[in-house]
Write a protein that binds this ligand. Structure first.
Ligand code: GLC
Length: 555
């Protein structure tokens, strides 16, 4: 699994995916999510860009990730942070140009990092040439246009609401209506239309030919709507949105599209992957997206949504592993992303944030790390309203309306304008405390979040009992609020303890600590990575688990 440095050459990008891939590399990969607008700004306009990402790639490689996922950087009016694409084959000038994308892919491959790009197939921008033509009455079948209801068709065609708030329909000049599950600037495509399908095949090929290693598929569960676009029922959508049981989500018809994309990916070799952003009602429904002939990964949002509760966490881990095992796929764990409140804030404390991360990184499967998570960044909850850009916030009573607070640009240095984010300011203000949370302030500090993540990812690479494999063995009979599981491997077993309570708990076990999310009682220094598995006996220890902690032990 070690990253091998290969020298990028002009000729290899189309055929190669970076360092020689382990078969099924994605099954236990750690993939780092870059929210391009907020990662690093090379030109001082306050907005992150592709050159900035390229310059900061060593941070991601040193962290020990296997791949990066880049959020959309395509030509876009930015009505929804780039998830409103006007040209799927062009880079938005605010982020750079195609040469920058090409350079970035080559540089990442040179560092042994694979590159996943975001593809947005559920909707285009309203500025996309197709939608402009549709407004002029040409090619409307590529979108979902319907006559209205009621006198003079003045009522929307059905009662669906936009995920961002307000009706999911907007009326155009000739009196008909078009569907947009998200903002009005994001008209939904009609996936029954052959031209739509052919166009996306061509777009996928365009980026695969440029050398990307796969796609994160935006709203992969929404591309097909229930036949006849049936009403949901007055007041029902707000109740059902959390369950995903809605006529525009998780319809069986989406799977045939993903099967086609799998075939296309495989035509480029076995290592290019598709990851579904799919919100499904149950782990079983989610597992359908990762059947052997469909996509490779699907984010486990059941895990992301799980409260800080030992019983709930254990059952979501069990159910997820069972569901994905039934189709022979890995589980894809995730705690934070650009759409949700950062997990340390969600769970109520930095200590819980660190513990949750160590839990996630010990589980069998792949894991996604959202930029800044490795710095322990909290959600920014006090942004001035006039600076917010999230359409969900701007449309008032949207889903949560708070998605700007997890998108504040990263701090790289303790000083300087925008704490090293770029030579200028930053499009959202960074809290003053982020000086101390910057990458430079945390590097080499053994007690920092950054060093915890680095060490965790390094141990995961070195030790087959972490990440790889399929099963966890729970230890039963533990005090309430405490979980422990064993991960077996020929290289030695690892015990993982999670204490969700506010008090230290002794356990009837002796083991040698490898890594702890919080200082361990009686342990001044954890063994150095080089000795972790060789000098275990010297560190054997009565297991006492601190409050709100996760600890990895050699056993
Ligand atoms: C996905 C994206 C989100 C975007 C939405 C509409 O959920 O993650 O940021 O707003 O799709 O494209």
């Amino acid at each position: 699994m070690a990253h091998e440095l290969t020298s990028p050459s002009m000729s290899d990008s189309a055929s190669s995916c970076g360092s020689p891939a382990r078969p099924g590399w994605w099954r236990d990969a750690v993939i780092y999510q870059v929210y391009v607008r907020s990662f690093a700004d090379s030109d001082g306009d306050g907005i992150g860009d592709l050159r900035g990402v390229r310059e900061r790639l060593p941070h991601i490689a040193e962290l020990g990730a296997d791949a990066v996922w880049l959020t959309p950087f395509y030509a876009s009016p930015q009505a929804d942070g780039g998830y409103d694409v006007a040209d799927y084959r062009a880079v938005d000038p605010v982020f750079g140009d195609l040469a920058d994308a090409d350079d970035l892919v080559r540089a990442a491959h040179g560092l042994g990092l694979k590159v996943i790009v975001d593809i947005v197939p559920n909707h285009t921008s309203d500025r996309h040439p197709w939608f402009q033509q549709a407004l002029a009455g040409v090619g409307r079948d590529r979108y979902v246009f319907r006559p209205g209801r009621g006198p003079a068709g003045a009522e929307p065609p059905n009662d669906w609401e936009s995920v961002f708030g307000g009706p999911a329909w907007t009326r155009v000049a000739d009196g008909t209506w078009y569907l947009h599950l998200f903002a009005p600037e994001q008209p939904d495509l009609n996936w029954k239309n052959a031209e739509v399908r052919a166009e996306f095949d061509s777009v996928l090929r365009f980026w695969l030919d440029l050398g990307v290693d796969g796609f994160r598929i935006d709203v992969a569960h929404g591309m097909v709507k229930a036949e006849g676009l049936p009403d949901i029922g007055h007041g029902q959508q707000a109740k059902l949105i959390g369950t995903q049981r809605l006529p525009f989500f998780d319809q069986d018809g989406v799977h045939e599209i993903h099967r086609g994309w799998r075939r296309l990916l495989e035509s480029y070799g076995p290592d290019r992957i598709g990851v579904a952003e799919a919100w499904a009602p149950t782990p079983e429904r989610l597992a359908l997206y990762v059947r052997p002939d469909e996509l490779h990964q699907a984010f486990n949002f059941q895990f992301l949504n799980c409260p800080w509760d030992a019983t709930a966490l254990r059952s979501v881990v069990d159910e997820s592993l069972r569901a994905t095992a039934s189709v022979g796929a890995p589980t894809t764990w995730v705690l934070s992303n650009h759409d949700v409140v950062r997990h340390p804030t969600r769970y109520g404390s930095p200590a819980r944030g660190r513990a949750a991360a160590l839990l996630m990184l010990a589980l069998p499967g792949s894991a996604y790390v959202y930029q800044g998570e490795e710095l322990g960044l909290p959600e920014v909850v006090d942004l001035p309203d006039e600076l917010r850009q999230d359409p969900a916030f701007l449309r008032g009573d949207g889903q949560d309306g708070l998605r700007d607070g997890c998108r504040v640009p990263l701090p790289w240095t303790p000083e300087g304008p925008s704490y090293g984010f770029g030579p200028g300011g930053s499009w959202l203000p960074q809290p003053a405390e982020w000086s101390g949370l910057s990458v430079a302030a945390q590097a080499a500090d053994p007690g920092s979040d950054l060093e915890l993540y680095r060490r965790a990812l390094r141990l995961r690479r070195e030790h087959p009992a972490l990440g790889a494999g399929e099963a966890v063995e729970w230890l039963d009979g533990l005090p309430e609020g405490v979980l422990a599981f064993r991960r077996r491997s020929e290289g030695g077993d690892v015990l993982v303890t999670l204490n969700t309570t506010a008090r230290e708990v002794p356990l009837p076990l002796t083991a040698s600590p490898l890594l702890s999310s919080t200082p361990l009682p009686g342990v001044l220094v954890l063994p150095s990575p080089a000795t972790e598995f060789t000098a275990r006996a010297a560190h054997a220890h009565n297991v006492r688990v601190p409050a709100d902690s996760c600890v990895w032990w050699a056993i």
